[in-house]
Design a protein around this ligand. Structure first.
Ligand code: FES
Length: 123
């Protein structure tokens, strides 16, 4: 990766990544693994979701990890971005809910209880 030396470099990189994201046809699952999430079982949520994706043969799912998404009260939290839909953030994701997110929302598009209203805008 090139070194970013100016605001223009950063702006260009942002534009490239946004264009790449628009072209991405995979479902993106981001698991918050900040301190608050790790303490609440975030790693278990990630592991269960990865296993459920494999079990269901869902090849077009990418996993990412992030720091705290500032929903500490509802950790572990998981954001799911299905192509063509707005991102959805699920809270209090224990092992059972992690599996349900994969088997109901990702696989069949059925929303579950526990969606956290989005209170931020991604740039
Ligand atoms: S870990 Fe600091 S706000 Fe969640």
């Amino acid at each position: 990766m090139e070194k970013i030396k100016s605001l223009a470099d950063l702006t260009n990189l942002r534009k490239q990544l946004q264009e790449k994201a628009v072209q991405n046809t995979n479902t993106i699952v981001n698991v918050s693994l900040g301190t608050c999430s790790i303490a609440s079982g975030g790693q278990t949520a990630l592991d269960v979701m990865k296993a459920a994706v494999a079990k269901n043969g869902l090849g077009s799912v990418e996993f990412t990890q992030s720091g705290c998404m500032c929903y500490c009260f509802a950790e572990p939290t998981v954001e799911v971005k299905i192509p063509g839909k707005e991102p959805v953030v699920f809270g209090y994701v224990d092992a059972a809910k992690a599996e349900a997110i994969v088997e109901k929302y990702i696989k069949n598009g059925e929303l579950l209880e526990g969606v956290i209203p989005v209170n931020y805008q991604r740039a």
